[in-house]
Ligand binder design. Structure first.
Ligand code: NDP
Length: 554
């Protein structure tokens, strides 16, 4: 192997060895990184290949350069194409094989390039999502959950924006301490307590589990101990409520807005840290994505699976805890507040607590399965997940319980039974659809779906390291009725939580509206990704199962 004197422009040490195929006599001798970049530009190496963007975007980062070169080196078009480029450099056009291959290779994760619509959506979300959360919580606190009253007050001059802001509680020392304690406790449960539930709970999959293959071909290991964290946290909560009395069960409600500022602090801190980490010390540089757009990178994330040490995985921690463990505690605190204020816990509050607890427990019972969902398999970790998990989820997913503190709705028995039935039916479809896909994938199609051998669509795809992989799509059971019936079940459950709040206000219905937008967008996003990943095989699947969410409609 020839060693090239590659001088990093930032002044880092020279003499870096390039992979063999890049150091043939045909390869020019680069004295600076800039030389290399110019050569890449001139020779159009990898034009159409998204990795080129990564190389070019951070010319001063040697690690990125190396990882990009290594990956490039492994791909069939990399070294060979490079060599042939030297032989016949001018015969290769920008639209040739590299481009067409890029469509199927390494392009099935997050986007590499940002269109104007995506960029505008990202900027709007960054600007308005925090404001929206504030507006909802403030409307409950100051206007008994009316969404129109604050606007009318300001429009008619009865209140100024500054009045509303002045009435908003600011962060307090108690809330800050509570929040730090909460997050620290969850971090400890996550990193310091290996799972013991799988040792005694039959059917539960916990302990060390493997995630899916990442676009760079990496398989990460995860410590699945969310159920244990949830159980310990809730046991402590009940022990406190019934025996210890260290704090009031209304503590979360009583500090709700001060805690909002703390949650925002963590949400922004973790998203910013993830962004910096992605640029300067990524866990797996091969799985980073850079679009060249700061806002898009910040929002959608750069690193695929950022970690600290071997086990602290950002996505698994922030997605599951502190937000989802907190969800049921928040509801319990709201129920306690309702009892304190109105002398009883209404059946609507019980319904919301029970249905959402089923959903949360389901999440933790199936945490190992969750490793195979889009959040973990395809989304990079940025503000969307970091801030979303810290703020959006705990504050907006719990709006029904909050609303019921201000409006203690008591439902008629038939209405309550109807809501319960809808919620349970939605949950059943959601769970069974997810279970069928999981069973199908785990057994590689050697299973029974609705008592029969499943209908299988065989697929081939290529990961970014150039490896070919085989996969299967299930086209029977719930996956033969529509392509995302798990989302439909989820939406039915979401509607049930909202209906439990009666019909006098719009605010509790935000959840189902949001979930409809989220899951419809997710469905389109996922299908776009699957179409890129599987190409013609995906088309065969959509021909066999023509509808997405509602058979015959959409
Ligand atoms: P899915 O579990 O539907 O996973 C989609 C992936 O499954 C696809 O990318 C593809 O991945 C694979 N796939 C698609 N079709 C088939 C098929 N026919 N046979 C086998 N595999 C297939 O979606 P999500 O990960 O988005 O969601 C998981 C659950 O989480 C859903 O039930 C959803 O409702 C819920 N959810 C809840 C949210 C909330 O905020 N409450 C937010 C998001 C999700 P591959 O590349 O492996 O082929």
């Amino acid at each position: 192997m020839v060693t090239l004197g590659l001088q990093d422009v930032s002044g880092a040490s020279p003499s870096t060895s390039l992979p063999h195929s890049w150091t043939t006599s045909a390869t020019p001798n680069f004295h600076t990184f800039k030389d290399f970049v110019q050569w890449v530009e001139k020779e159009q190496v990898g034009l159409g290949n998204p990795r080129r963007l990564e190389i070019l975007e951070w010319p001063f980062k040697k690690e990125h350069f190396h990882s990009a070169v290594k990956r490039w080196d492994k791909t069939p078009e990399g070294p060979m194409a490079t060599k042939s480029l030297h032989d016949t450099p001018k015969t290769r056009s920008p639209g040739s094989t590299a481009n067409s291959r890029a469509a199927t290779q390494g392009q099935w994760g997050r986007a590499w390039e940002v269109d104007w619509f995506s960029l505008a959506s990202v900027v709007c979300l960054l600007l308005f999502a925090p404001f929206l959360v504030y507006y909802f919580i403030m409307a409950c606190d100051q206007y008994s959950c009316s969404l129109t009253a604050p606007v009318l007050d300001v429009a008619t001059g009865r209140a100024r924006l500054s009045d509303i802001w002045a009435r908003t509680p600011s962060v307090t020392k108690e809330a800050a301490q509570l929040y730090v304690l909460w997050v620290t406790f969850q971090v400890l449960l996550y990193v310091a307590l290996p799972d013991f539930c799988h040792r005694f709970l039959p059917g539960y999959v916990g302990g060390v589990q493997e995630g899916a293959v990442t676009p760079a071909g990496v398989v990460n290991k995860y410590e699945i101990n969310g159920l244990q964290a949830w159980l310990i946290t809730h046991l402590l909560w009940f022990a406190n409520s019934h025996f210890l009395s260290w704090f009031s069960p209304t503590i979360i409600f009583d500090n709700w807005i001060p805690l909002l500022w703390c949650a925002n602090g963590l949400g922004y801190a973790v998203s910013t840290f993830a962004m910096i980490k992605g640029y300067f010390f990524p866990t797996c540089a091969e799985d980073c994505k850079f679009t060249g757009n700061f806002f898009y990178n910040y929002m959608m994330g750069i690193e695929f699976n950022p970690r600290i040490g071997k086990w602290f995985d950002f996505k698994l921690f922030f997605n599951g805890r502190p937000g989802i463990v907190a969800w049921t505690l928040i509801n319990l605190s709201f129920a306690a507040k309702q009892r304190e204020l109105h002398g009883q816990v209404t059946n609507a509050m019980v319904l919301v607590n029970v249905l959402q607890a089923i959903y949360v427990l389901d999440f933790f019972w199936n945490e190992a399965w969750y490793l195979k969902t889009m959040d973990i398999c395809h989304d990079h970790f940025g503000w969307y997940l970091g801030w979303g998990d810290c703020v959006w989820l705990p504050y907006l997913y719990t709006l029904q319980g909050l609303y019921l503190v201000y409006h203690p709705v008591q439902l008629s028995t038939p209405y309550a039974a109807g809501v319960l039935l809808l919620g349970l039916l939605g949950y059943y479809i959601f769970r069974m659809a997810n279970h069928q896909k999981d069973l199908f994938r785990r057994t590689d199609g050697r299973c029974l779906i609705w008592g029969r051998k499943p209908r299988v669509i065989e697929c081939v795809y290529t990961s970014a390291d150039g490896q070919k992989h085989h996969s299967k799509l299930l086209a029977s059971g719930f996956w033969g009725v529509a392509r995302h019936l798990n989302y439909t079940g989820d939406l039915m459950g979401s509607l049930a939580y909202c209906l439990a709040c009666g019909g006098s206000h719009v605010l509790p219905y935000f959840y189902v509206v949001y979930m409809t937008i989220l899951l419809t967008h997710r469905c389109l996003r996922d299908e776009h990704r699957c179409a890129n990943k599987y190409g013609g095989d995906w088309e065969r699947y959509t021909a066999a199962v023509p509808h997405r969410l509602l058979p015959g409609v959409f």
